[in-house]
Structures are given as C-alpha cells and as structure tokens.
Design a protein around this ligand. Sequence first.
Ligand code: 2M8
Length: 409
Amino acid sequence: MKNLDNLARAILQGNDKGAYTIPTSGLYPYQWNWDSVLAAWGFATFDIDRAWTELETLFQSQWASGMVPHIIFHEDDPGYFPGPQVWGTGQTPPTSGISQPPVAATIAAKVWGMDPDAGRERIAKLFPKMLAWHRWYHEVRCMHGPATITHPWESGRDNCPDWDIGMAGVDGSKVAPYERRDTGHVDPEMRPKKEEYDKYVAILEFGRDVGWDDRKIMEEGPFLMADPAMTFILLRADKDLLAMAEKLGEDTAEIQGWIDDLTAAVPSLWNDDLGSYDASDIRSGAWANNISSGAFLYTYAGIDNPAMDKRTLDAWDAVTYGIPSADPKAERFDPQRYWRGPSWPFMNGLIAIGLQDAGRDLLAERLRRETAELIRKGGFYEYFDPTNGSPCGGSDFTWTAAVWLAWAG
Ligand code: 2M8
C-alpha cells in the first residue's frame, strides 16, 4: 500500500517538531511519553537517526527520581488543558508529574534490531536511563506487588471502566475553576465526561500540593489502583531490558529480581469470579470487575493463561475490527467513547507482538488485517469504533501512522 505508506510518513513528518513528535496538532500539542516511543518505531522504518533522537529527547526530561513524565511541555500552547502551570512540577522544560506505561525498552530493542551496528552506541547511552526508570517503577509504583497507577492518566487508558471504582472515591467538587480545551477539538461525546475531568484535576491538585512527593502520593493520594496493563507492559519491558543488558555486557541481577517479583505478583491480578485479569483498588481491595485491553496484554508479557485466551477471543469475536478497549458484552461498553470500548491500532499492535512471540501467528495476522482495514477505510485516526469501523478522536495521528509503517501496513 504505497500511497498509505507515504501518507503515514507525511503524518509523522507533519507532527515532527524537530527532536520530538506531538500526537496530533490541536488536541495534543506536546510530547507524550508512550506516543513518542511509538513514533520512534514508525520513524525507524525510514529514518533511523530520527528514531533514536525521539527516544533521546524523551529521556532528557527524566526526573532525578528516575521517573519519566507523561507529558513534556517543550513550548507553551494554550490549546491544551491542563498545561504546565497547572501541573507546577518546577522541571525544565516543564513536565507533568506522573508517568505513562513504559513501552520504551521494548520498542528501543526493536529499533536497535533495525540498526544493529551503529545503534549500539545510542542504545548504550539510553540503557542506564531506562534502567533508572524501571527501578523507579519497581521501588515506587510496585511497592504493593503489581504495578499501580496514581492517576487514570498515568495508565494512558484514561476513562476506561477499569478506573470507575477508584474514581468513585475521588472528590471533584472543590477543584479550582478551569476550562477544558479537548472538547473544542473533537466531538465531546467521544471524550471523558465533565465529572471525570473534575476528578482528574482533583487528583492532579493533590500531587501538586504535596510537591509531587512519591511517598505521600502512594500513601495518602486520592487514587491508587493496580493496573494489569501497566504490570504486563512493565514485565515485558523488564524482559527486553534484561536481554539488552546481556548484549551490552551489563549486570543483569537487579533486572532479574524485578522480573521474578513482578511475575510472582501477576496471580494477584486474577479475579476468579470474573474469570479474567482485572484492575483493583489498592486501598479497599475491591475489584473493578471489568474485562479490558489491560487484561488482554498478558501475552505481551509472555504469560500463558488458557482461561484468559478464551476471554480475549470472546471479546474479540463480539466485534468486527480489532480488540476492543473494554468488554463489548458489558453494560458499560461504549464503542466510540475513548477508552470505554473503541479499538486502538497501537494497542492492537502491542497485543500482536505478544501473539507473535507466543507463536500464535494466525491470531496475530487476523489482528493485523483487521487493524489495517480500519486504517484503510477510515484514515489515520486516533481510535475506531470496533463494531462498525467509524474513525474517532483526532485525525493525522502519530501512533496510528507509526504502527501502520512498523506493523499493520
Ligand atoms: C490521551 O490522554 C491525554 C492525557 O494524558 C488526554 O486525554 O488529554 C490518552 O489516550 C493517552 O494514552 C495518550 O498518550 C494521550 C496522547 O495521545 O491522549
């Protein structure tokens, strides 16, 4: 599909700000963590130097704690809320105060595979930074066993039903007045609701008021949930980091310890009544009771679970295009509202990496075909309705163009 390849490259180049890429202009005018990593995967198919630069820019904003923030505000832009002043992290350049799923080691390993000789020097410089980020995840966010999130935005799956029980306990009634910008760029029906935004801002304000102190956020913050997706993505990335350490002649003992600990925590994510991996509220112990794309990432982490295979196929077979972000048979399923049901091409891409590695070639190919069809019919949109393929959210979207080039196309 030559024309679509050209279009995908043009989208990456159009969203390229020189040394970092924005997800799409208007709706998301800054550098986002996992979007940027996926952009690197796309760039690697036609401009390997630019791919490395993308990853290097991201890690330049790493905090002293090792945390790599979810947004880096390189240039002020009034078109996005909440901007750098609201986050108030005091970093230069300004950043948000939370992280996002660590897909970097996994994608950096792929980029290195596409640039085995010259890439060695670049990966060797990134390695200690990725190691420090993973250490922060294990020491801070995994202190209860599985990986946790302190804000729905940290999961990257913002309004997924996974977070409903945690959000129920957040008081959004006292937040400072604010004006949303997202609903001016795309159909408000496709975005989180106002009461959700009030709570997102309340959780942010707590972090800012305690000076982004990790210990206080983990112990006293208004929201703390175990996240299957974060756990599976981190576990997968740990394994890729370990393989990288071996190739670079670095010590592997610490990383092996993380893998052992996180693997041991995976059974704690299994909700037996639901028959699925599930998110849970750390403070109350309550299950989210929701099957989502978070749970479907178990193969990506190299986990074998026949009961989960069945769950995944049930959800997938109930729609037409790719794997939905939330269970299509559940009452809360909303096929066009963001993370409450739509199919996300880059998520399909991550799940397919897991299927491929597990030798399930037919399923991986089915997922690739369905994702390619969405893009061919609808364009390079942010996400799609999995029941009828309607394109949703922002257009000319970086990670959709990137996964087209690196995998789907
Ligand atoms: C969405 O999240 C941002 C907040 O981080 C937003 O809605 O304003 C999510 O889909 C997230 O996963 C993604 O990284 C970001 C940019 O594409 O948009």
